[in-house]
Design a protein. Structure first.
Length: 202
């Protein structure tokens, strides 16, 4: 405590959550749970720290301690060109539901004599369906992620510990989730590089 005072730092997690019991280190055999990992930011940064948490660990026996620093206000994003997310094709429901949706448009298409208008209308409907499907999929995955994170959070606390099997399943789900997020970030990075460095074909 004296060292913290001399350095003008604080245990940010304890400052924000004085009554919350969370461990950052856990081991099954022998069963050990400890709070070993800390972050000590300067007191001058207090007003800029927007969030602090101990996030679930899925590849280590130490849970990361994370805080977010926001020095600048967040600027609202504008509209951006839509790109089809081809990972939707890995979901068996997407092509089947899209096909059923396109078939349901037969009555609307019958009123369009111009093939170009028909094609533009089909593209518009496919885009609209893809966006709605993606939003629902993200919402479902968000609920699942929150559920499994809660299982891990309970397992690393002293109260209401779930069975080891539930913890293992949740840990595997979170690991798979972050693997997908990583692959998505890599793909978006490659797309951005391609778009900004593509040579003209003319």
């Amino acid at each position: 405590m004296k060292i913290m005072q001399n350095l003008d730092v604080n245990n940010i997690f304890r400052v924000r959550y004085p009554l919350v019991k969370r461990f950052s280190f856990h081991r099954k055999n022998p069963k050990i749970q400890r709070r070993l990992d800390y972050l000590f930011p300067s007191n001058s940064l207090q007003e800029f720290i927007s969030d602090v948490k101990i996030i679930p660990s899925f590849m280590s026996d130490h849970s990361p301690v994370l805080f977010s620093v926001n020095f600048f206000p967040v600027s609202a994003r504008g509209r951006y060109g839509w790109k089809f997310n081809n990972t939707l094709l890995q979901d068996a429901n997407f092509p089947n539901n899209l096909k059923a949706h396109i078939q349901s448009l037969n009555d609307d298409l019958a009123y369009l004599d111009n093939p170009h208008l028909k094609w533009e209308y089909l593209k518009y409907e496919a885009r609209k369906f893809s966006i709605a499907f993606s939003k629902n999929k993200i919402l479902e995955e968000s609920h699942l992620k929150a559920y499994h994170e809660n299982i891990i959070k309970q397992y690393t606390s002293t109260e209401n510990r779930p069975p080891d099997r539930d913890y293992a399943e949740s840990k595997a789900f979170i690991e798979s989730h972050f693997d997908k997020k990583t692959q998505g970030a890599i793909l978006r990075s490659k797309c951005q590089y391609h778009e900004h460095n593509e040579n003209s074909s003319k």
